[in-house]
Design a protein around this ligand. Sequence first.
Ligand code: ADP
Length: 281
Amino acid sequence: MPTKVTNSSGQSSGTEAAAAGALAVSVKDLSKTYNTRRGPVEAVRRSSFDVRRGEFVALVGPSGCGKSTILKIAAGLIPFNEGTVMVGGEDARSGRRDVGIMFQAPVLLPWRTVLDNVLLPMEIFGLTSSEAKDRAHELLNTVGLRGFDDKYPWELSGGMQQRASLARVLVYEPGILLMDEPFSALDEFTREHLNVELAKIHETYGRSVLYVTHNIQEAVFLADRVVVMKPHPGEVLDVVDTNLPRPRSLDVLLEEETTRLVTGIRRKLYTHELKRGRHGD
Ligand code: ADP
């Protein structure tokens, strides 16, 4: 059931409803505090940003700035304290099927072949069919695993396992992808090649993507817009339009404009850190 869109006075607004429809993800004034045995930990403070439909947005910032927390909230996996988080026009807490989630670890089942791992979500949703099998096979080709259908996860490198995970998340054709540092455990070269594949998939299928990373270059390379966050507590510092050309090939990594954007984001983060050090807050 779509959640009714209301304005600040609590009344439905046609304009806001239309705007919400154009947004894949909308995070507004989000605050989240974890209650731990040592006391409260303020992970995210009054943070707002959007992912428009078909857009690739990267959430970047140093470790502990609340990126994973925001992604888990958008995925409906953990509760939050204040604000609104809408995914595909519905409250993030409603638990949607139109969202694909990918984490850092591939989590493939070792006793299933690569193809059967990719088909797992279809089985869970009761959607197995010969078309689904054909699609899974096609996706394995798309992510660069042609000929690996009958292999087992332990026969694959880390990069190949993440390729299989990517095929698995795409198999049920979710409109929105939530990705939490999916390639961060891989070596730099494998990561860069997987980034090119992911950009190609995004450009081909037009999925909306919210992508968490602590790697500024990766964020700039992949995204249309980069949401820059700072830690303690996690807050949005800036939102940067990349405006880099598509398709994104490895050439884009070498362009001056990419370096300029990466340096600009790094400068923003370091300037904030230095100011914080001076004022001690
Ligand atoms: P990031 O993904 O940017 O590294 P996280 O969202 O993982 O940041 O963490 C943000 C803050 O919340 C950190 O201070 C972290 O220690 C804290 N945190 C994250 N998960 C939990 C949890 N389950 N319980 C308590 N504190 C947590």
